[in-house]
Design a protein around this ligand. Structure first.
Ligand code: BGC
Length: 764
C-alpha cells in the first residue's frame, strides 16, 4: 500500500522520555463538506497509544505488537468517527516497546547500541471520508509536533516512570525520518487487549517489614492503583512471582529485568496503570506508597492477544482443575502477539521449542488460528537462507542460534498441527516452502545418508537430573537419537502437507526421506531386544510417538517405556518428551501409568507445583522446593507454559475428544478412564461448532454423554467389556436408529454417530 504519511520523529532526541506527537484538525478545515467517517491508520517504532480529544483510540494495548519488524511491521486501523468533534486534537505517545528496548536483557552491547539508536518514530494517516464520497488525508509530516510526555521512561523489562504532576508543554517541531514503508503490513493476528481485572487478595507486612500486595493469581500485564495523594508524593513498586521461604517478597529470578514502576503523584485522588510495558507477577512490593495502603486500592490487569476461548475442561479432582487453570493462565500470560517462553525475566522471547511443545494444547484452549498464522510468517521471514530456523522468533540478530532439533521443527510441526486443528489448507500453502527448506537443511547435514547426528542441540531441555550424579539416575537422552526422531517427523509431516496441497512429487520425496530416516534410526539406535541407545523415557516416547520403529518392535519398546516409568515412579522427561509421554502410555495400554505420572504430588510431577500453591505452570519441575527454598535464581520462571502441554492429553485422551481428520470434519471420543476420577468433561468449539464429552464412572455405572457438531461424524468408543450391555439413550445400542454399532475391540465398543447429543451407559 502506498503511504502518504511519512515517518516522523522529534527534532531533538528526548532520551528515555516517551514523546507525545500531536496534530490538530478541525471540521472547519473542510468548508462545505460533511464528514461521514474518519479512520486512523498508524504504527510506531516502539509501542504507541493514541488519544483523540483526550479519549483513548481503540483498545489495543502495546500496539503495534511484535513481528520481525525489518520485514514485517504491523500497522493498525481504527475507526475514530465517533470521537471526532468540531475541533480535534490527536495525541500519540510512543514508548520503546519491543522495537527499541534492549530485548533480551542479555543482548550484546553492540545490539543494545543498535536498538538505542532507533528513533522514537511514528507514521500515521488520518483518513476522512465525506458524505459526498470524496476523501482527505492528514498524513504524518512536518506539520505535526512533539513534546515530552508524562511517561519519563518506559521499557519492556525495566518498567515505567510516570510523573503525573508534569505539565506537557514545550512542543517542538518534528523531523522526517529516512525509513521505508515497504515493510508495513496490516495487523494480522488478534490485537492485544486488557482482560481480567484481578482485585488484590490481600495487602500485608512481610516478616522483613516490607509491604506486599498479593493478587492470588500470577498474571501478565500491569497493575492499576488508586491513591489519594499530594503533588510530588512518590510511589515505587516492584513485581515478583512468589514469596521466598520466609514469606518475603522475592524476584531475583527476573535477572536483569528491573520490572519497576515509579510514579510521582499529582494532587488528589488519582488512578494509574502503565501503558507501554508489562510484567509477569502475582505479588507487588510497595517500596514507597503514600498513606496506609490497603488491598482495595490495587488491581492486576491481565493483558493478552484477544483469542477466543474455545476449550474447557473440568473433573472430579480439584487439584487437576487447578492444574488446568494454571495451563490456561500460562497461555494467557505468554500469548502477547508472540508465543513467549515466560513473561517476567529478561527474556519473554518467542522461543520456538516452547511454542512447538505447547501448540496443540493452545489450539484446544483458545482459537489461536490467526495468532499462529501471523507468527509462522515471522518464522518463515526469519528463516536463514540455508533453511535453518532460528531459536527465537522474531529473531534477534546475532543472538542465539538456529537449526536446533525440537526448536527448529516448529516450522513443520506447527503448520501441520494447525491444519489438523482448523482444517484450513492455506496454512500449509503459506508455510510449505519453509517446511521444505528446514527438512532439506537437515538432509544436507547428515553425516551418512539420512542419519542426522551433527551440530549442537538443546536436546530434551530440563529433563530430570540430579547433581553430582554417581548412580547414572539422570535421564540423559542421546541427542542424535532425538534429532533423528524429529527429523523423521518433520519429513513425514512435510510429505503429508505436500499430499494435501496436491504436490505428488514432493509428497513422495519427503515420505521417502522419512522412511529412510526411520530405517537409519533403527540401524543406529535400536537393539534387537527393543532397547534404545539411551534407555530413557524420552527416547522410548519419541521413538513410539514419531513411529520410528517396525510394527513388531512397537509393543516391546512400549513395554520398555512402561518399565522405565515404573522404575522411577515419576516422570523424567524434559521439554521434548513431556508432550507425548502420556499419549504414548495410553495408546499402548498403560493408562494407569499415565495417570500415575499426572497425579503425582511430589517432585517431579504436574501436581507438585499445584500443591505448592502455583497458579501458572513452572519452568522446572522443581522451580521451588518443598520447604519453599528457590534453588535457582538464574533460569527459573514460575510462568512457563511448556509443561502445560499435558493439556493436550487431558482433552484428547483422558476425556478422549479429538479430531480424526483435519479441522474436526470427523472426530472421535475415546475416554481413558482411571486415576480415581469419577468424572471428567471437556468441550471444544471446533470449526463446525461445539463438541463436548463428559464421562462419569460412579457406583458401578459408566456414562458417557457426547455432543457432536453439525456436518460432522464421530466415532464413539465406550469403555466396556463387550458390545452387549452398552445402552444409548436408554435402549440397547445395537438397536439404535441414531447410531451404528461398529463392533468391540480392546476394551471399547465402537459406535458411529452423526451430529447430535447422545448418552451412553454401561454397567461396570
Ligand atoms: C528459555 C526456554 C528456551 C531455552 C532454550 C530458555 O532460557 O526460557 O524456555 O526454550 O532457553 O533452551
Amino acid at each position: 500500500m502506498e503511504w502518504k504519511g511519512k515517518w516522523i520523529g522529534p527534532a531533538q532526541s528526548m532520551g528515555d522520555v516517551c514523546p507525545v506527537f500531536v496534530r490538530e484538525f478541525n471540521k472547519g478545515d473542510f468548508p462545505g463538506k460533511e464528514i461521514k467517517s474518519v479512520q486512523l491508520q498508524v504504527t510506531a517504532l516502539g509501542v504507541y497509544e493514541a488519544q483523540l480529544n483526550g479519549k483513548r483510540v481503540g483498545d489495543y494495548v502495546l500496539a503495534p505488537g511484535w513481528t520481525s519488524y525489518e520485514t514485517r511491521h504491523q500497522y493498525q486501523c481504527y475507526d475514530i468517527t465517533e470521537l471526532v468533534e468540531d475541533r480535534n486534537r490527536l495525541e500519540i505517545t510512543v514508548g520503546k516497546g519491543w522495537y527499541r528496548s534492549p530485548v533480551p536483557g542479555w543482548i550484546t552491547e553492540e545490539g543494545k547500541a543498535r536498538r538505542a539508536a532507533i528513533p522514537a518514530g511514528l507514521i500515521a494517516e488520518i483518513k476522512i471520508t465525506f458524505t459526498d464520497t470524496t476523501t482527505a488525508v492528514i498524513p504524518t509530516d512536518e506539520t505535526w509536533q512533539a513534546a515530552e510526555s508524562r511517561i519519563r521512561f518506559s521499557e519492556i523489562y525495566d518498567g515505567e516512570v510516570y510523573d503525573a504532576s508534569f505539565e506537557v508543554s514545550d512542543y517542538q517541531p518534528v523531523v522526517l525520518l529516512e525509513r521505508t514503508t515497504d515493510n508495513l503490513i496490516p495487523q494480522q493476528g488478534e490485537k492485544i487487549t486488557e482482560h481480567e481485572y484481578v482485585k488484590a487478595a490481600r495487602c500485608f507486612t512481610a516478616p522483613n517489614g516490607e509491604v506486599v500486595v498479593d493478587f492470588g493469581q500470577e498474571v501478565t500485564g500491569y497493575i492499576q492503583f488508586t491513591v489519594d495523594a499530594k503533588a510530588g508524593e512518590k510511589v515505587e513498586i516492584s513485581h515478583g512471582e512468589v514469596l521466598d521461604k520466609d514469606g518475603n517478597f522475592y524476584n531475583a529470578n527476573y535477572r536483569s529485568a528491573k520490572s519497576k514502576i515509579y510514579y510521582t503523584c499529582c494532587d488528589g485522588v488519582q488512578t494509574y496503570k502503565p501503558k507501554m510495558t508489562f510484567f509477569g507477577f502475582r505479588y507487588i512490593r510497595l517500596d514507597q506508597f503514600p498513606g496506609t495502603p490497603c488491598a482495595d486500592q490495587f488491581y492486576a490487569v491481565a493483558v493478552h492477544s484477544d483469542m477466543k476461548r474455545t476449550g474447557r475442561l473440568r473433573s472430579s479432582n480439584p487439584l487437576l482443575n487447578q492444574l488446568f487453570s494454571n495451563i490456561i493462565w500460562g497461555q494467557k500470560g505468554n500469548f502477547l502477539d508472540v508465543p513467549t517462553d515466560c513473561p517476567q525475566r529478561d527474556e519473554r522471547l518467542g522461543w520456538a521449542g516452547d511454542a512447538q511443545v505447547f501448540f496443540r494444547t493452545a489450539t484446544f484452549n483458545r482459537d489461536v488460528q490467526s495468532f499462529f498464522r501471523k507468527w509462522l510468517k515471522d518464522v518463515s521471514a526469519d528463516q536463514l537462507p540455508d533453511g535453518q530456523v532460528t531459536d527465537i522468533i522474531p529473531m534477534i540478530t546475532g543472538l542465539v542460534g538456529a537449526g536446533h532439533t525440537g526448536w527448529a521443527d516448529v516450522a513443520t510441526i506447527v503448520p501441520w498441527q494447525h491444519y489438523m486443528a482448523y482444517g484450513d489448507k492455506r496454512i500449509l500453502e503459506n508455510q510449505f516452502p519453509s517446511m521444505k527448506a528446514w527438512v532439506d537443511f537437515i538432509v544436507s547435514q547428515c553425516s551418512e545418508p539420512y542419519l542426522w547426528n551433527t551440530g549442537w542441540h538443546y536436546g530434551d531441555w530440563l529433563f530430570y537430573s540430579v547433581d553430582n550424579d554417581t548412580s547414572g539416575v539422570s535421564a540423559v537422552t542421546y541427542k542424535p537419537l532425538i534429532q533423528q526422531c524429529f527429523f523423521a517427523n518433520s519429513a513425514d509431516v512435510t510429505a503429508k502437507a505436500a499430499a494435501v496441497l496436491g504436490l505428488e512429487k514432493e509428497a513422495a520425496y519427503y515420505a521417502d526421506v522419512a522412511a529412510k530416516a526411520r530405517e537409519a534410526f533403527c540401524n543406529a539406535y535400536l537393539t534387537p531386544a527393543g532397547y534404545l541407545v539411551s534407555a530413557t523415557q524420552t527416547a522410548y516416547v519419541l521413538a513410539l510417538n514419531f513411529d520410528m520403529l517396525p510394527e513388531s518392535m512397537r509393543p516391546v519398546v512400549a513395554a520398555r517405556l512402561a518399565d522405565k516409568v515404573r522404575e522411577y515412579g515419576h516422570i523424567t522427561t524434559g521439554f521434548l518428551g513431556t508432550p507425548y509421554i502420556c499419549h504414548v502410555l495410553s495408546e499402548w495400554g498403560y493408562t494407569d501409568l499415565a495417570y500415575m505420572l499426572l497425579l503425582r504430588q511430589q517432585y517431579p510431577g504436574w501436581l507438585y507445583p499445584v500443591t505448592m500453591g502455583a497458579t501458572t505452570i513452572w519452568e522446572r519441575w522443581n522451580s521451588m522446593m518443598p520447604d519453599r527454598t528457590i534453588p535457582n535464581n538464574g533460569m527459573n520462571s514460575f510462568n512457563h507454559y511448556s509443561y502445560g502441554a499435558i493439556g493436550d492429553w487431558l482433552y484428547r485422551d483422558a476425556v478422549g475428544l479429538h479430531e480424526t481428520s483435519a479441522g474436526f470434519k470427523t472426530m472421535a471420543v475415546k475416554p481413558h478412564t482411571g486415576g480415581g476420577f469419577t468424572q471428567m468433561r471437556a468441550e471444544q468449539i471446533t470449526p463446525y461448532g461445539r463438541a463436548a464429552a463428559e464421562w462419569r464412572d460412579e457406583a458401578g455405572v459408566f456414562t458417557l454423554e457426547v455432543t457432536i457438531p453439525v456436518n460432522t461424524t464421530a466415532e464413539i468408543y465406550v469403555p466396556s467389556t463387550s458390545a452387549d450391555g452398552v445402552m444409548l439413550d436408554g435402549a440397547a445400542v445395537s438397536a439404535s436408529a441414531d447410531a451404528s454399532l461398529e463392533g468391540y475391540a480392546d476394551g471399547y465398543t465402537k459406535v458411529k454417530v452423526g451430529s447430535g447429543t447422545y448418552r451412553f451407559e454401561v454397567k461396570r
